[in-house]
Design a binder for this molecule. Structure first.
Ligand SMILES: Cc1cc2nc3c(=O)[nH]c(=O)nc-3n(C[C@H](O)[C@H](O)[C@H](O)COP(=O)(O)O)c2cc1C
Length: 323
């Protein structure tokens, strides 16, 4: 299937794997890219620019297909060495950067001068328009159902995607709640050029996370995520667990007085414990409502191929027969 997304990134199928903290290592990025999609290494999971350079080199050993690096600009106390990370990306020959969190405006000249395609992840039409204005090549539109940070507007993709289609001139991909061929066809119908998936790619053979994480996603239903940190205007959709229930109780009790330090035990430094050690109650970890649609742990190639064949069947069999 050819779309503006496959053309822009030089990939076979319009399916991207979004950056994911402690999940987006070279193994997953390479597996997704080898399956014909666009895999993504998560920049900030690498502790230094040198580590990122090494991770990019590892990925290139595993695939000769294009892959992306995610750079997340979030409110972090000690600002990471973004110029150093960007240097590693440019020197590593990476051709696509997925930016997220804050506007990448400051870094656009560096990225564009190096011929890198920038896809910015946004949770609102106004942020997508800003991304377009500052020269991003594409945006990834992340609906309220997404795993991770859905923003504060709470607009689900059934509204957000057609709104993006009404306003944007640059291509966009649909992110949040995407899992199968139905999602892809729906996304295309709403004006997107493809899909970006997070949670669905964690439950794959190649995702380098503890088996407990994959099993937790398969076991979860669409009712099992919660929104945390809304009082801090840093809302995150996470899988419910004992730590999340504790966190939500603190939010209830402290109301507007809640500060980050009150919930630090439940959110800071928890990813390695969960993703590497499989200690599932160690804290809050991002997970999308789409967990309710995930019932197996295929290889990335099986997943991508099944999405594509289901999508083609829907388009050529079911939809074309509607007359
Ligand atoms: C465990 C996990 C970690 C994530 N970490 C990041 C991150 O570090 N940076 C980022 O831009 N997005 C991050 N995301 C968001 C994903 O890239 C993607 O936008 C989102 O998962 C899409 O929603 P879905 O889970 O419904 O597919 C994360 C998502 C998950 C599930």
């Amino acid at each position: 299937m050819k779309t503006k997304m496959t053309e822009m990134f030089g990939i076979e199928h319009p399916i991207m794997q979004g950056g994911m903290h402690y999940v987006g290592f070279a193994e997953l990025a390479a597996a997704v890219s080898n399956a014909g999609g666009l895999g993504t290494i998560t920049g900030l999971t690498q502790k230094s620019a040198a580590d990122l350079a090494n991770e990019i080199a590892r990925c290139k050993d595993m695939t000769d297909k294009p892959f992306a690096v995610n750079l997340t600009f979030l409110p972090i106390v000690n600002t990471p060495d973004y110029p150093g990370y960007i240097k590693a990306i440019i020197e590593g020959g990476v051709k696509v950067v997925e930016t997220a969190g804050r506007s990448p405006e400051q870094y656009m000249p560096l990225l564009k001068d190096a011929g890198i395609k920038v896809i910015h992840k946004c949770t609102s039409v106004r942020h997508a328009l800003k991304a377009q204005k500052i020269g991003c090549d594409a945006v990834s539109v992340d609906g309220f159902e997404c795993g991770g940070h859905p923003g504060e507007d709470d607009i689900p993709n059934m509204i957000l995607l057609p709104r993006a289609a009404q306003e944007l001139e640059i291509p966009f991909v649909a992110s949040g709640g995407m899992a199968n061929g139905m999602s892809l066809v729906a996304a295309l119908a709403m004006g997107a050029e493809g899909v970006n998936m997070g949670t669905r790619f964690i439950a794959t053979q190649e995702a380098p996370v503890h088996q407990n994480v994959k099993d937790a996603i398969v076991a979860a239903s669409e009712l099992d995520t919660r929104l945390v940190m809304r009082p801090l205007r840093n809302t995150e959709r996470v899988m419910n667990n004992a730590a999340v229930e504790r966190l939500l109780e603190k939010e209830k009790q402290l109301g507007d007085k809640l500060q980050f330090t009150d919930i630090i035990d439940e959110v800071a430094g928890v990813y390695p414990k969960i993703m590497e050690n499989g200690t599932m109650d160690a804290g809050a970890w991002s997970c999308g409502m789409v967990a309710g649609l995930i019932h197996n742990i295929p290889s990335c190639a099986e997943l991508v191929n099944s999405i594509m064949s289901e999508a083609e069947d829907i388009i050529h069999q079911r939809l074309s027969k509607l007359g």
